[in-house]
Design a protein around this ligand. Structure first.
Ligand SMILES: C[S@@+](CC[C@H](N)C(=O)[O-])C[C@H]1O[C@@H](n2cnc3c(N)ncnc32)[C@H](O)[C@@H]1O
Length: 266
């Protein structure tokens, strides 16, 4: 995707045993995103933001990328899917897994990576015989979460392996789908930013500031129906008008949950 990224990358002031890893990560990230790699020196992140006229500073910390904005931080955190995987290991269900009809060996296209939590759960369920490809249109979110999936330590072996198996592309869903072959994934999943947020959560602020807020289009859903073999699924607020607008008539999910999954069976 074209467009200049307004951010810089630096390291923490002192990385102790991670100093070399942080420097390498900062250099690699700068090259990949085409952004300045700024030596940290003694400057605060606010000083660097002001000096370079950017809203976002990526910081290499303990060998992983953290994204810092005035509104909050975004970093990869495997804990977000930990409980769901634990429940699945205990034989309990997961609403997303049910909505997607996921089983071992399936190929999943997750069009909205975000924090990566759903993608990890999908990857865990489809296993090594399957595959999860995840798309993220914001280059900074894509960089931070792809870095975490590839380098952070999972809470347990299953999660760790599931994280490593996910392939991330910095891409817009419609552009990616247009270039994809017909029937090339079993299921395709969309979790766009809600038209109206459920609640303000501090942890989500940095993601909300950077996230692609566009609504899904009918053209995107039509392409997804061409590229998927079995199902196209969209998550939204239960009462959202998006389901009807985009042609989802079958709605699944927890009876008392405020979110739901629209499912198109192909
Ligand atoms: C609600 S979050 C997804 C959360 C994710 N399911 C999780 O488990 O964390 C939506 C994400 O999709 C991205 N996004 C929105 N529209 C997109 C599009 N058309 N193509 C690719 N990514 C998109 C946003 O930038 C944001 O990071």
């Amino acid at each position: 995707m074209a467009g200049k990224v307004s951010a810089i990358v630096t390291t923490v002031r002192r990385g102790q045993k991670y100093t070399e890893a942080n420097r390498t990560l900062a250099a690699r990230t700068a090259a990949a995103l085409g952004i300045p790699n700024v030596p940290r020196g003694n400057d605060s992140l606010e000083e660097l933001r002001a000096a370079y006229g950017v809203d976002t500073v990526l910081v290499a910390r303990r060998g992983l990328l953290t994204l810092v904005t005035a509104e909050g931080e975004l970093f990869f955190h495997p804990g977000m899917s930990h409980l769901r995987i634990k429940n699945l290991l205990l034989g309990h269900g997961d609403h997303l897994v049910t909505a997607l009809g996921l089983t071992e060996g399936m190929h999943v296209l997750d069009c909205t990576l975000g924090t990566g939590a759903d993608a990890i759960v999908e990857s865990f369920v489809v296993g090594a015989a399957g595959a999860v490809t995840a798309l993220e249109s914001n280059p900074l979110i894509a960089a931070v979460i792809a870095d975490g999936l590839a380098h952070a330590t999972g809470d347990n072996y299953e999660m760790h392996a599931a994280m490593r198996r996910i392939t991330v592309h910095h891409a817009d869903a419609l552009a990616f789908l247009r270039a994809a072959e017909t029937d090339s994934y079993d299921v395709i999943y969309f979790d766009p930013m809600f038209r109206r947020p459920l609640h303000e959560s501090a942890g989500m602020n940095a993601l909300r500031v950077l996230a692609d807020m566009r609504a899904l289009t009918e053209a995107t859903i039509a392409e997804a129906c061409r590229v998927a073999r079995r199902r196209v699924v969209m998550k939204e607020r239960r009462e959202s008008a998006e389901f009807e607008r985009l042609g989802f008539t079958h709605i699944m999910g927890g009876k008392y949950s405020r979110i739901a999954y629209g499912v198109m069976e192909l």
